[in-house]
Write a protein that binds this ligand. Structure first.
Ligand code: DQA
Length: 152
């Protein structure tokens, strides 16, 4: 299916390049590449074209958000620990002004208190957490509904 407004940028922040080295009890043990492969497949099923970005540099993350409106029609953001304190990233997402969903693999609501705060509050369509990779599928479904790529 071709659709001019079907691009979803999937942004991963700090420490996602080593996802397969992080606690498997919390993060499932899969690699970022495996996660992105799943997301790409699920996106395709929803008529979405996924593009991927990951960095450990907060400045690079902000700069990617600056370019986001040229690159994509919507976004899925898992900024890792930055989600809990980077007002700079939140401001940049606000400026990008695209429909966005925040995803966390783990259930940030039931972990340490500092993980409960999200700088994306009020900027995203939804915050999905604690569902592992399936959270991304849910986010893609939400965005497909918003962009109208899953109709018919
Ligand atoms: C995370 C949750 C964050 O609290 C943590 O800092 C991460 C991963 C998640 O996907 O569960 O790096 O965003």
């Amino acid at each position: 299916m071709t659709n001019a407004h079907n691009r979803v940028a999937v942004l991963h922040g700090v420490n996602f390049d080593i996802l397969d080295r992080r606690d498997p009890e919390v993060y499932g043990g899969l690699s970022l590449r495996d996660l992105e492969t799943k997301i790409e497949r699920w996106g395709g099923e929803q008529g979405l074209k996924t593009i991927f970005f990951q960095t450990n540099s907060e400045g690079e993350f902000v700069e990617y958000l600056h370019r986001l409106p040229e690159l994509a029609d919507s976004a899925i953001v898992n900024a890792g620990a930055w989600s809990h304190y980077s007002r700079a990233i939140a401001d940049a997402l606000d400026v990008a002004a695209l429909p966005a969903v925040e995803v966390h693999l783990s259930d940030v609501e039931s972990r340490e208190d500092w993980r409960k705060l999200s700088v994306f509050d009020g900027l995203v369509l939804a915050k999905i957490c604690g569902k592992g990779p399936d959270g991304y599928r849910e986010a893609l479904e939400l965005l497909a509904g918003k962009l109208g790529t899953n109709a018919g």
